[in-house]
Write a protein of this length. Structure first.
Ligand code: FAD
Length: 518
């Protein structure tokens, strides 16, 4: 299989990249793969919406830039923040032209408010913004003949010089990919490869991310010696629902605090003012640590979110998913306090890219949550990630089109790339052992590399993770490769990088908190 562009991942980043490229270049062949079906992604679960300046009477680019810089403790790259904020409105308009529908008030967009934002600027569709965006993008992408989809196909490794005898061009030429159904490893070669594989929340035991968010793009990039930066900046969302639903941790969007919900400890005390004068709408790192501290003080496994004073009609209209999901867990949010705790939510770092989404490996782009653009610095401002994905997808698509019109590798080169070679005939899958290792890894990360870290806890984590690494390596060398085993290999790489980068980080900043530095 050969394409002009291979896009790995079909969330907002991958899909909007492909749509933009296909719309302007009908002759470019794009191949997209997704680990599950096209819909399943972090994007699908986004509730709040997209942070973008749209009401220029009450808001400004300067304010959005300042809020982003402030949330990151001035560690964001100001140049990147500037262009992302300014290019955002155009990208959101384009998204709406492609079919996404957002809530309106009269003729204007209805804007939500979230923590760390000085103005109402969150464009949303009820509390199902991501689902709305994802469905619209899938429908749009499907309308192009030059986009081919392979669902339930998982990235194994990027194809680089390492896989091709006597080659030293320093490029990326596609990927080896494994199908879920028959576990066959196929080679997809491409002039350009785009990683849009999303998040890595599954490296932790409690995460708002779906099970497929295992940092596969990060793992593959790391193995290909691509620069991966700032993984120690793991953002914990302050308010995940305490009881798990179907084994998953459900997010209670910040937007509900924007609408007036208040955090209370076990004594019913509204505690946020003790920690920050922005109270419940302080940036996420501050709220998460405050909750962690209240849980520790009260020796309780969660705190409460009180939405009982909010008009029931508003809850029904603006937060139908939260209302229903809590109901499923036996909680009536119009009458009961909601038990909540922080959960791993977003990794601010990722594959280091330039302003066009290009990594240091020639021909490899990274966009969306798996990338590190400099926008978030040490702490992401709420709802800036969908925005980042849109803007960088658009930039990367424009850049890709220019590259494809000039620098092409000959077809004979791609034909010389060997098929995957591995221990494919041994069929002992060791599924239970793989599952146990994954659980052990998540436990290590949550226990020792969570909201509050220390030199000692990081050392323990490194030691324990090494055992998981050795066991995984053994499985990899001795068994047929399966999607589960590839995933475990990536989780180990991401966990290792988070630990090592944490150990090297010398100070407390944004979401990174080491108690030794206090
Ligand atoms: C519960 C929740 C709520 C959120 N709310 C908001 C919000 O309100 N506003 C906001 O800005 N951000 C929010 N975020 C963050 C935001 O949703 C994500 O950062 C964003 O959707 C990431 O988009 P993406 O395209 O980079 O990745 P994703 O949407 O995660 O897509 C990743 C894609 O990569 C594929 N993939 C992964 N691994 C492989 C592999 N090995 N092989 C092939 N394909 C692979 C997946 O199948 C998927 O198609 C939220 C996140 C969560 C989890």
């Amino acid at each position: 299989m050969h394409a002009d562009v291979l896009v790995v991942g079909t969330g907002i980043a991958g899909l909007s990249y492909a749509v933009r490229l296909a719309e302007t270049n009908s002759d470019i062949k794009i191949c997209m793969i997704s680990k599950r079906d096209l819909l399943e992604s972090n994007t699908k679960y986004a509730q709040g919406g997209i942070a973008v300046v749209s009401n220029f009477f009450l808001d400004s680019y300067e304010d959005h830039v300042q809020d982003t810089m402030k949330a990151s403790g001035n560690t964001s790259n100001k140049k990147v923040v500037d262009f992302v904020v300014r290019e955002g409105p155009k990208c959101v308009k384009e998204l709406m032209e492609w079919g996404a529908q957002f809530d309106t008030k009269g003729t204007k967009l209805h804007l939500g408010k979230e923590g760390g934002h000085s103005a109402k600027r969150i464009v949303h569709h009820k509390d199902q913004s991501g689902l709305q965006i994802q469905n619209a993008l899938i429908a749009k992408a499907r309308s192009f003949q030059n986009i081919t989809f392979f669902e339930n196909h998982s990235l194994v490794d990027l194809i680089t010089d390492h896989h091709i005898p006597n080659t030293k061009q320093g490029g990326c030429y596609g990927a080896y990919v494994i199908s879920k159904k028959d576990e066959e490893i196929v080679k997809i070669t491409a002039q350009l490869t785009v990683l849009s594989t999303g998040g890595a929340g599954q490296v932790y035991a409690h995460t708002t991310n779906p099970t497929a968010a295992t940092g596969d793009g990060l793992g593959a990039a790391y193995r290909a010696k691509v620069h991966v930066e700032n993984l120690h900046f793991v953002q914990f969302h302050p308010t995940a629902l305490f009881p798990k639903i179907g084994g998953n941790t459900f997010l209670i969007s910040e937007a509900i605090r924007g609408a007036g919900a208040i955090l209370r400890n076990f004594n019913g005390e509204a505690f946020m003012l003790k920690y920050d004068n922005r109270k419940d709408l302080a940036p996420r790192d501050i709220v998460s640590r405050a909750i962690h501290s209240e849980m520790k003080k009260g020796k309780q496994p969660h705190v409460y979110l009180d939405a009982t004073h909010i008009d029931t009609k508003i809850l029904e209209q603006e937060f139908p998913t939260i209302l229903k999901s809590c109901q499923n867990a036996g909680i009536d949010i119009t009458k009961d306090f909601i038990p909540v705790l922080p959960a791993a939510h977003y990794i601010c770092g990722g594959i280091d890219v330039d302003q066009h989404g290009q990594s240091n490996l020639n021909g490899l782009y990274a966009i969306g949550e798996c990338s590190h653009t400099g926008l978030h610095g040490a702490n992401r401002l709420a709802s800036n990630s969908l925005l980042e994905a849109l803007v960088f997808a658009s930039r990367a698509a424009t850049h890709s089109a220019i590259r494809l019109s000039s620098e092409l590798l000959p077809v004979s080169f791609f034909e010389s790339i060997p098929n995957w070679s591995g221990t494919e005939d041994i069929s002992n899958q060791k599924t239970i052992q793989i599952r146990e290792l994954r659980t052990t890894l998540q436990h290590i990360m949550s226990t020792y590399v969570g909201i509050i870290k220390s030199g000692e806890s990081l050392q323990k984590a490194e030691k324990e993770l090494h055992k998981v690494y050795v066991a995984t390596k053994e499985l990899y060398q001795q068994n047929k490769l399966t999607p589960q085993l590839t995933t475990l290999r990536n989780l180990v790489s991401v966990a290792y990088l988070i630990i090592k980068q944490s150990q090297k980080y010398p100070t407390n900043n944004g979401v990174y908190f080491n108690e030794d530095y206090v």
